[in-house]
Write a protein that binds this ligand. Structure first.
Ligand SMILES: [Mg+2]
Length: 264
């Protein structure tokens, strides 16, 4: 048994070295991103899912504004990265260079202001504005990235791309307090995001693939109050795979991920 584990590890490392040789990178973790990034950048399915989600969001805006009869100030809360803006070229860079995520690389990408609007995203914000529904951007980009982020949103044609409609991360990635700042003054009719923390902190505690009780408990909210965007490249879900408090190399993480795959 031990021998077979040893040989699988050797085979895996050799495979990764070969993959690295082929692609010019020797990082097993960034190599695991290949299919996810390709799907995100090249598939029509990805584009159709974003358009589908924003079409559905428009229907919710129309329905809620009709119901509201100007009684409340209405708003939608959206995340930015992989919800409104496409940062997949950053993930592509990690594959090409064999690097893994570090904050300084991310800041460099953000400050280039190259992120493109996702399909249907900017149009949706303009639609909301025409219906008198304000859009608030609650993102875990750091407050230091405010200027570049606003410029990026403006350049891509987003409505409400101003400092009173954007709440970035200062100390905590928990978005609850920032959401509360909006709900204190607005009736929030819809939340959109690619990460469970964009909706409620309780969803981030899911411990395993088949034990996400909070997601199942709130099954009626998906597609009515909450719209989830597809992001196969990264997310909080990855951290539930790794043991807590242990320093892991990229190779450790790559192996742990493979070990979590269900086969038969
Ligand atoms: Mg996001």
């Amino acid at each position: 048994m031990r021998k077979s584990i040893f040989y699988s590890v050797i085979a895996f490392v050799m495979g990764m070295l070969f993959m690295g040789f082929v692609s010019g990178t020797l990082n097993p973790l960034s190599n695991q991103l290949v299919n996810a990034v390709l799907w995100y950048q090249r598939s029509d399915e990805m584009k159709a899912i974003y358009l589908q989600n924003f079409n559905w969001a428009k229907q919710i805006v129309e329905m809620e504004t009709n119901k509201n009869q100007n009684q409340h100030k209405l708003a939608v809360i959206v995340d930015i990265d992989e919800t409104m803006l496409d940062n997949s070229p950053f993930e592509g860079m990690l594959i090409h260079t064999g690097k893994s995520f570090i904050r300084s690389l991310w800041n460099d990408w953000v400050n280039r202001i190259h992120a493109r609007a996702l399909p249907g995203a900017a149009d949706f914000t303009q639609f909301a504005r025409r219906h008198g529904v304000e859009v608030f951007y609650i993102s875990n980009r750091h407050v230091r990235n405010l200027k570049a982020t606003l410029e990026n949103l403006k350049r891509e044609g987003f409505a409400y791309a101003d400092s009173s409609h954007i709440l970035l991360k200062d100390k905590t990635s928990d978005k609850t307090k920032r959401r509360n700042k909006v709900t204190a003054f607005y009736k929030v009719i819809l939340y959109m995001g690619d990460n469970m923390g964009d909706f409620d902190e309780i969803y981030k505690k899911g411990s395993s693939l088949y034990d996400s009780t909070a997601v199942w408990r709130d099954s009626q909210l998906w597609g009515t109050r909450f719209i989830v965007m597809p992001n196969p490249m990264y997310g909080t879900w990855e951290y539930t795979l790794f043991p807590r408090g242990k320093k892991l190399t990229d190779l450790d993480k790559a192996m742990i991920k493979i070990n979590h795959i269900i086969g038969y």
